[in-house]
Design a protein around this ligand. Structure first.
Ligand SMILES: C[C@H](O)CC(=O)C(=O)O
Ligand SMILES: [Mn+2]
Length: 337
């Protein structure tokens, strides 16, 4: 096994749990702590990527471009990354993000829709950015299918493609097989992004590294959507124990999680009953807070709403469907009563 590059996404995936209210001061403190601890890439964007601030996904408290600029000014060695979902973010936001200091762009599509990312990879390369492809909800398709989608991203100019377990639904063998399929098919790097809904974020990250993953993601204190992501400080400790620490200061990351991030967290993401249901039903982790809120309005158990969304195969970006499904379930209950 070789040491993977670790990208910290507290300031992007963690933005979901923060309801997209990170402030400039918080960004400065978190970036300084990660940078000092040797984390080489720090992602800063609205939780749903560039231009995610909207009625559909939740409005940002502070403009993400200002947060990106603050992050860039606060880092001495780490590269600053942004996430972009084509259709939510456009090439205009990508240009501005690059001007404000982004050096890595992670372009995310549903795992069957890599073909919508060609123009965005093209522009990113013109802008001189490092490029990463994100195949979201990757539990929904088999390894060989994902390898073909990843090959499309490679042909568009991706420097790395990630298997993204957006639902935290994978078991270690699922993660291993998917990473292995991409490693066999591609000439570029392969990454893995975990969610902890089934309590397997660290285990799956480890399985991905065993299968050859070159890059993995973490969030301090696991602050991320659903039950959160693989905690960066835990990844560092585990890699260190394995003898493949890529240069991370384990104690400094523990301190950052404990003293910088924990005090500002609205709650500690854990695999509670709703989050476990997300992993169990294979639903996008970001639906958690929306589903809880809408279920409460309609007198539903969030779990029945999440299971039905999983049955209908809802994917990332379909947050508006949560309301439609809640209306259907509530009406069905009324008819029975
Ligand atoms: C925009 C998404 O939340 C990307 C991600 O982190 C995931 O799918 O997981
Ligand atoms: Mn995620």
């Amino acid at each position: 096994m070789k040491a993977p590059r670790v990208t910290d996404t507290t300031l992007r995936d963690g933005s979901h749990a923060m309801k997209h209210q990170f402030t400039r001061e918080q960004v400065q403190q978190i970036v300084q702590a990660l940078d000092a601890a040797g984390v080489p890439v720090i992602e800063v964007t609205h939780g749903d990527g560039l231009a995610g601030s909207s009625i559909q996904y939740g409005f940002s408290g502070t403009s993400e471009m200002d947060l990106i600029e603050t992050a860039r000014q606060s880092a001495t060695r780490a590269k600053i990354a942004a996430l972009l979902i084509p259709g939510i973010g456009t090439r205009q936001e990508l240009r501005e993000a690059a001007q404000r200091g982004v050096q890595v762009v992670r372009i995310a599509t549903h795992c069957t829709e890599a073909d919508i990312s060609e123009q965005h990879f093209g522009l990113a390369k013109e802008l001189g950015l490092e490029t990463v492809g994100f195949l979201m909800m990757a539990h929904m398709r088999p390894p060989e299918f994902l390898a073909e989608q990843a090959a499309l991203m490679e042909s568009y100019g991706a420097d790395c493609v990630y298997i993204v377990d957006s639902a935290g639904a994978m078991l270690p063998d699922d993660a291993r097989a998917r990473v292995r399929a991409l490693k066999e098919r591609l000439s570029i790097q392969v990454g893995f992004h975990a969610h902890n809904n089934l309590g397997l974020a660290i285990g799956n990250t480890l399985a991905a590294i065993e299968a050859g993953a070159d890059q993995v993601d973490g969030c301090l204190r696991g602050l991320g959507a659903g039950a959160g992501n693989a905690p960066t400080e835990l990844i560092a400790a585990v890699l260190d124990r394995l003898g493949i620490n890529p240069g991370l200061d384990v104690f400094a990351l523990m301190d950052a999680a404990e003293y910088v991030v924990a005090p500002i967290m609205p709650y500690q993401p854990i695999p509670d009953r709703d989050a476990i249901t997300i992993g169990y039903a294979g639903v996008y982790s970001t639906f958690l807070l929306h589903a809880r809120h809408i279920a409460a309005e309609f007198g539903l158990d969030p779990r029945e709403l999440l299971v039905e969304l999983g049955r209908r195969q809802a994917v990332a970006g379909q947050e508006d469907w949560i309301l439609d499904v809640a209306v259907d379930l509530a009406q069905a209950k009324q008819r029975v009563a």
